[in-house]
Design a protein around this ligand. Structure first.
Ligand code: NGO
Length: 525
């Protein structure tokens, strides 16, 4: 296995002299060497050198030190102190860095970028001189803290005071992601999910270094984002869901809360407004957007492709301009997703003309459009990003186009695991945890790898209706997608991954995650 080659156990460890070096005198005994083994890290880092014999203790005298003046670092330190609190039965101190690294400290440092350390990359060193995470950006420091979290005993995830001796193996990790775009889509239209649910979705995704949250905010079954200039969209169009449930929507304040929560975990929010089809909720709210001026009834089924905004009416584009203007104003990220998939009721010329105008509207409001892969059949702005979702990707986009890859038969987590799974759809086949893992995004479309921004997994919500349902669909597949997006292709190996994945199970239990215990994984490890 290639990873085992990459993996170097430092048996005669130069990093730390002597076994169980404590960061502080009060340190409890480190775990016995017999229990120390290759860490079950996911996603697997670029380079890992861990001691099999030396462990560094973290005690209630440990202090977290941060680079002064770096936005976000104090918050990361606070989150780390909160994570350690139940085990230490104390909230450890935080202070600005004022001198050289020393024993008894956990340093979170932003340093000037170098060829080896840039962007989301980080360097994590654990030795008798303390624990040190260095990165060129606060995001990189965040990813370093997520790796440190996985090096801590799984019981660190338990809440409520339950003191135990905390230690991490000594060692050195350097890391950087394969792709800049590591996305998760959440469809809040078919079923609506509360702000609290979305926050948990963010937490669980960011833990595995995912960094894009694509919110599918409108579809036939519900309009979920407040647009002040067209209030009936949410008042009426947001009032139901698949199966006839109560629906719901985000106010602008709710949306701002989600965006801020995501930003604090280094996730960019990408809002999607579906067009020209998948828009029955909008048409039911404003009949002037239909060609015959007759409002359809609200829709609670799961068929697709039957609705469309009227291409021939000016009001349609006035409406879209208002919606995109308001959405762009509340979205700090540079992208707005304009859908464009599964249009069955327009001619190719109407479709292309519609999408051309929609892209221009997005550009007018200062954003870059993303659209589903059907858009390559129409006229595209050179900046428009194409998101591939259909399993057949034989048609490449115009040269130079940037791509996000989300093939349904690999990355749709709303597919069933196997024939016995009650939740989920299966139109793209069953997707057990090995299916996303055993796939190389670079081979999906015939484009240079530099054209691929990255990968995005999706949970469409025709069947999941609660956060417990979302968890069931996310775990264990999300970590597989995370490694796909982060770890270089030659360092990925299914046999090795499934062992590391099995070792994550106690963490998920401690976090109260409702996982699917896939038979593909040995959960007894
Ligand atoms: C398709 C369709 C969605 C469905 C989803 C279900 C895309 C891009 N359009 O993906 O409307 O919800 O499948 O798996």
């Amino acid at each position: 296995m290639q990873q085992q080659t990459a993996w170097r156990m430092l048996l005669t460890c130069a990093l730390v002299a002597g076994a169980a070096t404590a960061l502080h005198a009060q340190a409890a005994a480190a775990p016995s060497t017999a229990t120390t083994r290759r860490p079950g890290l996911i996603p697997w880092p670029t380079s890992v050198e861990m001691s099999s014999s030396d462990a560094i203790a973290i005690t209630n005298h440990t202090v977290i030190e941060v680079t002064p003046g770096q936005e976000g670092l104090w918050r990361l330190a606070t989150d780390l102190a909160r994570l350690l609190r139940p085990a230490l039965d104390a909230t450890i101190g935080i202070r600005d860095i004022a001198g050289p690294a020393a024993a008894g400290t956990i340093r979170l440092e932003v340093v000037p970028a170098t060829a080896a350390l840039a962007g989301d990359g980080y360097d994590l060193a654990i030795s008798a001189n303390g624990i040190r995470i260095e990165a060129a950006t606060p995001a990189g420091v965040f990813y370093g803290t997520q790796t440190l979290r996985q090096l801590l005993p799984w019981a660190i995830e338990l809440r409520g005071p339950r003191p135990f001796a905390v230690s991490v193996p000594a060692g050195h990790i350097t890391d950087r992601p394969r792709y800049a775009w590591r996305g998760v889509l959440l469809d809040v239209s078919r079923h609506f999910f509360s702000v609290a649910d979305v926050k948990r979705y963010i937490d669980l995704s960011a833990m595995y270094k995912m960094n894009r949250l694509h919110l599918h905010l409108s579809d036939d079954q519900g309009w979920r984002i407040e647009i002040a200039s067209w209030p009936n969209l949410t008042r009426y169009g947001g009032s139901t869901a698949v199966g006839g449930g109560a629906g719901g929507f985000y106010t602008k304040a709710d949306y701002a809360e989600i965006v801020a929560y995501a930003r604090d975990r280094f996730m960019m929010v990408i809002p999607e407004i579906e067009m020209p089809s998948h828009c029955n909720a909008a048409l039911a709210s404003y009949p002037e957007l239909t060609c015959d001026g007759v409002a359809p009834t609200l829709y609670t089924g799961i068929e697709v492709g039957f609705s469309n905004f009227c291409f021939e009416k000016d009001i349609t584009f006035k409406f879209l301009d208002d919606v995109i203007r308001e959405l762009a104003a509340m979205t700090p990220g540079p992208y707005v997703h304009i859908g464009g998939d599964e249009v069955k009721t327009m001619t190719p010329a109407q479709y292309s003309g519609f999408m051309e105008r929609a892209q221009a509207i997005v550009a007018r409001h200062g954003k870059t459009a993303i659209a589903w892969d059907e858009i390559i059949h129409g006229t595209m702005l050179p900046t428009t990003v194409v998101q591939y979702w259909r399993p057949d990707a034989s048609l490449a986009p115009p040269p130079g186009t940037k791509l996000i890859l989300s093939p349904a038969n690999r990355l749709y987590l709303d597919m069933k695991y196997d024939d016995t799974t009650v939740l989920g759809l299966n139109w793209a086949g069953n997707v057990d945890v090995n299916v996303p893992y055993e796939w190389d995004p670079a081979k999906h479309v015939n484009v240079p790898e530099s054209s691929i921004l990255g990968v995005e997994t999706a949970i469409w919500s025709e069947t999941p209706a609660t956060i417990r349902d979302l968890e069931f669909l996310l775990f264990p597949r999300l970590p597989a997608v995370a490694e796909l997006g982060w770890t270089a292709q030659p360092a990925r190996d299914w046999t090795d991954f499934r062992m590391r994945l099995g070792a994550q199970a106690p963490r998920w239990s401690a976090l109260g995650i409702n996982a699917f215990w896939s038979p593909k994984i040995d959960w007894t490890r």
